[in-house]
Design a protein around this ligand. Structure first.
Ligand SMILES: C=Cc1cc(F)c(CN2CC[C@](CC#N)(n3cc(C(N)=O)c(NC(=O)OC)n3)[C@H](F)C2)cc1O
Length: 296
């Protein structure tokens, strides 16, 4: 890469273009199926005054994953909403062979990091729930399904603002289609999956609603590990833990228990999100109105 002249750094460079040499890794924030997210400082002046950013990169470069990866970057770049993490740019290397996604950094981390430490009670939980619905309603309005909505993927900006922070499994649903079908993946977050996803890998706007119900349960249990969906469902399944056993439980109408101190209206919404028939589940716009109506 040609050295960037001092004058250029002052004026017409594209702020969404990040140069690898100024991207200093600080620590890893997370690890996913095919890649990782790291906290970096982007410091072109090389004097420590740069800004912190979250950088998402693929671990291995194979074709299949790469197409999905470029799609994920395009999706986040196209999203503008107060409850969705901001796209900042890209850092490409080897003539575009390797592309890293640069996002805003939210140091408070996800709800899973934040809620166990900062239990602020009902009013905050209801506000966070409504904001997740607003971000998801916007995502659905652009015909995207998230497929991995969970407390671990909701970031905390401050005590009164959360954002959906990761779109690693997000897919576009073409006009007229209802479902998106995928080969099932052994690493799938099965405890957040709707019954039709477990049985037939059929993902839809309605299966995101099911996952929101699980996320709502996580919020109202302040992401307490002992009450987490995996530990609760594992306990219910005893020693025959398998996807088949989970499907049987769900087909027998077994659901996660209502969290202690959870308002009755929220319990009703959770159960509606977990309706066996996808068509019976509410929409995010319906849920927004419901959360607005619940006295805070
Ligand atoms: C390549 C695939 C892939 C790789 C992954 F590591 C993950 C998992 N990862 C998602 C991003 C993550 C959680 C969210 N939302 N996060 C983002 C920020 C931020 N923007 O500030 C942040 N901040 C933080 O932890 O501050 C203390 N955490 C966290 F890294 C987990 C999912 C994947 O699909």
């Amino acid at each position: 890469n040609p050295e960037i002249s001092p004058s250029e750094t002052l004026c017409n460079t594209d702020p969404s273009v990040y140069h690898k040499r100024y991207l200093k890794m600080i620590r890893r924030l997370g690890e996913g199926h095919f890649g990782e997210v790291t906290l970096c400082k982007y410091d072109p002046a090389n004097d420590g005054t740069g800004e912190c950013v979250a950088v998402k990169a693929l671990k291995q470069e194979n074709g299949l994953v790469r197409d999905g990866w470029m799609k994920e970057i395009e999706i986040l770049k196209s999203l503008y909403h107060a409850n969705i993490v901001k796209y900042k740019g890209c850092c490409s290397e080897l003539g575009g062979q390797v592309v890293q996604l640069i996002m805003e950094y939210l140091p408070l981390g996800s709800l899973k990091d934040y809620l166990p430490k900062r239990k602020q009670g009902m009013a905050q939980y209801l506000m966070f729930a409504k904001q997740i619905c607003q971000g998801m309603d916007y995502l659905h309005s652009k015909r995207y399904i998230h497929r991995d909505l969970a407390a671990r993927n909701v970031l905390v900006e401050n005590d009164s603002l959360v954002k959906i922070g990761d779109f690693g499994l997000t897919k576009y649903i073409p006009e007229g289609d209802i479902y998106y079908r995928v080969r099932e993946d052994s690493l799938s977050p099965v405890y957040w999956y709707a019954i039709e996803c477990l049985k037939e890998s059929k993902f839809s706007f309605s299966s995101d609603i099911w996952s929101f119900g699980i996320t709502l349960y996580e919020i109202f249990t302040h992401c307490d590990w002992h009450q987490s969906p995996p530990s609760k469902f594992d306990k219910m399944m005893g020693d025959q833990r398998s996807v088949m056993e989970l499907i049987k439980l769900l087909e027998n109408k077994v659901r996660l228990p209502c969290p202690k101190d959870c308002p009755h209206e929220v319990k009703i919404l959770m159960e509606q999100c977990w309706a066996a028939d996808p068509a019976q589940r509410p929409s995010f716009s319906f849920l927004i109105e419901k959360f607005e109506a619940i006295r805070q």
